[in-house]
Design a protein. Structure first.
Length: 268
């Protein structure tokens, strides 16, 4: 009986050793699956909806990659990268923040690509009856409060200041301005009627049925609204980050961007 028990134990141990070794006698990897490689993308708030859809599409063909997005104003995201926050890709709503990071050596210069173009628009609540129809109306009695992005950190706010400076009305507009920490905050104020009008990206306006566009920025009143993306120098997942960047610029990626109102940026 004892011999049978010993033989059984030896058989179990032998089987276990064989399962943990390959044909060459070296330990075989455990068949527990591998954790997905995580790629962290810091992206402008105006990209929230489109990037959420793109993430789902990408996951279907890249189950081994986990995309983690953090959305906010481009200026706030720039500060996070400068302070060493973990990030693999920066997707900005303006070249200003990207250029600043690149000049500090915090971006892989060769990876930076101008991907998208957007437009700046003036919006009002969908049921507004104030007769607001142009950027010039911001200084009239039709508007008691206007929503703008904080110009220090929100590109849409910077573009708005350019527009009103071009029109010669910036100081008057400032007196009526309520400043948001990102463009989606401004959109929400207009949706609820907390402000009479607001300056946002066209793509933000398209995302809501609670607002309507009454005017585009006058021709030549501000720089082109270009969205660059690039790989952060400190990224620990550069190969996976590049693959996702390639997807963003592909025909399939651009098709989704265009569905949300973006257009491909002209190549330099």
């Amino acid at each position: 009986m004892k011999n049978r028990i010993v033989s059984a134990i030896l058989a179990v141990l032998t089987a276990g050793l064989c399962a943990c070794s390959n044909a060459n006698g070296t330990p075989a990897p455990a068949d527990n699956g591998t954790a997905a490689e995580e790629v962290t993308i810091l992206a402008a708030a105006s990209l929230t909806d489109v990037c959420t859809e793109l993430s789902g599409i990408y996951a279907e063909s890249h189950p081994d990659v986990k995309l983690t997005f953090s959305f906010g104003s481009s200026g706030a995201l720039q500060t996070q990268i400068e302070e060493g926050a973990p990030a693999d890709i920066f997707f900005s709503a303006s070249t200003k923040q990207m250029d600043a990071l690149n000049e500090q050596g915090l971006m892989d210069n060769d990876s930076i690509e101008k991907l998208l173009e957007n437009k700046i628009v003036l919006i009002v609540p969908a049921d507004s009856d104030k007769g607001i129809s142009s950027f010039d109306d911001a200084v009239t009695d039709k508007v008691s409060m206007i929503g703008l992005g904080e110009p220090e950190s929100v590109p849409a706010g910077q573009y708005a200041e350019e527009i009103f400076t071009s029109l010669g009305t910036l100081e008057q507009v400032k007196a009526k301005a309520n400043y948001g920490t990102d463009v989606r905050t401004v959109l929400s104020w207009v949706e609820t009627g907390d402000v009479d009008c607001g300056v946002v990206y066209a793509t933000d306006a398209y995302s809501s049925d609670k607002v309507k566009i009454v005017a585009e920025a006058p021709e030549g009143s501000c720089k082109k609204v270009i969205y660059p993306a690039g790989i952060v120098s400190s990224s620990a997942h550069k190969e996976a980050a590049k693959e996702f960047m390639d997807f963003l610029g592909s025909d399939a990626g651009m098709e989704v961007f265009e569905k949300y109102g973006f257009s491909p940026a002209a190549k330099d």
